[in-house]
Design a protein around this ligand. Structure first.
Ligand SMILES: NC(=O)c1ccc[n+]([C@@H]2O[C@H](COP(=O)([O-])OP(=O)(O)OC[C@H]3O[C@@H](n4cnc5c(N)ncnc54)[C@H](O)[C@@H]3O)[C@@H](O)[C@H]2O)c1
Ligand SMILES: [Zn+2]
Length: 370
């Protein structure tokens, strides 16, 4: 088992990463001084696969383990569903010290986290992430949120869990596209902060894409350590945490313009290439480094071009409309693999130029629409 510590001003907590951790959830609760009752929040997909194991591990330690089910999907990460969960918690007689266990991907983690943060002004939270993206990203750092109106994650709070339990054995049931979402974020950590990690993935890519347990455990622990370090320095997202958005401005815009036919990981992959190309065009990144990034993404099965998507719409979704065509925008750029910086000196015309170059490459993403 790997353990990564997150040291924050109010509280420290551990991230545990290992195969078989679902069977240890009850022991973790006991270790942290909880007794008698835990409430699991999950969705139908994860429930069918993993609830039994999680529930049994609680019962073995003498806990009663009720569970609440939220339908599967981003649209249920809402205030309406938070409200339903408050009602369910009340009817299950959840109290101030009753831990909530978020068993699922980032959607469940964000929603259950938000509910744990606000129910009775905060009840203990355990994150049990079951997607690769949730294990390396969303379960760490304490951001919880729901979507409201047209905006994503716009109602939320910072609320740290008591512990994160990442069981790598649950990843084997993930659909390929979900694995890709996690791999894009993993490559991002190497690119922004850890050249050695990048090289490690480069030379063992099949071990990662095939989710070899030992290698995946090692990679997840390195990624969580990077996120922990960044969160420790900027808990409330006032500066350094911005670098975690490397590739994301363009990536989100591409996701939106494709009407989510392009997945988050695919969007981030293209966005990372766009940011590296801008860095190279601005003379800060060597061409060989850009090529390494393109190559690892292609080998990982991720796209590196926007074939078929409307560039004007992408720029608009990035909020770079015609009005600031001659203007400058903020971008996370690359000095070298492992080192990023934030620039507010990127010409919108440069972004447009790079998107045009990416447009002309071969793969056509329109075929990926769901
Ligand atoms: N809080 C943060 O810091 C943060 C960071 C990044 C993303 N997010 C949020 O995370 C969400 C995306 O998370 P996600 O990518 O995990 O998506 P998700 O939670 O929707 O999970 C993806 C799919 O995989 C299924 N699934 C989960 N675990 C499985 C397993 N082990 N086997 C088979 N299927 C499984 C889910 O039911 C779902 O259909 C978004 O809402 C995003 O805003 C939050
Ligand atoms: Zn992301």
């Amino acid at each position: 088992m790997q353990t990564v510590k997150v040291k924050l001003t109010q509280q420290d907590y551990d991230i545990h990463i290992a195969s078989g951790l679902l069977g240890q959830v009850g022991k973790s609760l006991v270790e942290l001084g909880f007794k008698s009752k835990g409430i699991i929040i999950t969705n139908p997909v994860v429930k069918n696969l993993y609830l039994k194991k999680c529930k049994e591990s609680l019962e073995e330690e003498g806990f009663s383990a009720d569970f609440i089910e939220v339908p599967d999907g981003e649209e249920y990460k809402s205030l309406e569903w938070a409200g339903k969960l408050y009602n369910e918690l009340a009817s299950l007689k959840a109290e101030r010290m009753t831990p909530i266990l978020a068993l699922g991907g980032g959607v469940i983690g964000d929603l259950a986290g938000f509910v744990a943060a606000t129910y009775m002004r905060g009840v203990p939270l355990f994150q049990i992430p079951t997607t690769l993206l949730a294990q390396v990203d969303s379960s760490i750092g304490g951001k919880t949120a729901v979507n409201h109106g047209q905006l994503k994650n716009n109602v939320g709070t910072f609320y740290q869990p008591k512990r994160v339990l990442a069981d790598v054995s649950v990843l084997k049931t993930l659909p390929v596209s979900q694995v890709g979402n996690g791999i894009a974020e993993i490559i991002k950590y190497g690119v922004i902060r850890d050249k050695e990690l990048f090289q490690l993935i480069e030379s063992n890519l099949t071990a990662l894409t095939s989710l070899d347990e030992e290698f995946t455990e090692e990679v997840i622990s390195r990624c969580t350590a990077i996120k922990a370090e960044i969160v420790e320095k900027d808990e409330k997202d006032l500066g350094l945490r911005n670098i975690l958005n490397y590739g994301h401005t363009t990536g989100h815009a591409i996701e939106t313009v494709s009407e989510f036919g392009v997945s988050h990981g695919q969007g981030v992959a293209i966005g990372m290439v766009a940011a590296a190309m801008i860095s190279q065009r601005m003379g800060v990144l060597a061409a060989a480094e850009l090529n390494k990034i393109k190559s690892i993404l292609v080998k990982a099965g991720l796209p590196i071009n926007i074939g078929g998507l409307d560039i004007a719409k992408i720029l608009q979704a990035m909020k770079y409309d015609k009005k600031n065509a001659g203007g400058k925008v903020k971008f996370v750029l690359l000095k070298t693999i492992g080192e990023v910086f934030i620039s507010d000196n990127v010409n919108v015309s440069m972004v447009e130029q790079v998107l045009k170059e990416l447009y002309e490459e071969t793969q056509d993403l329109r075929h990926n629409r769901r």
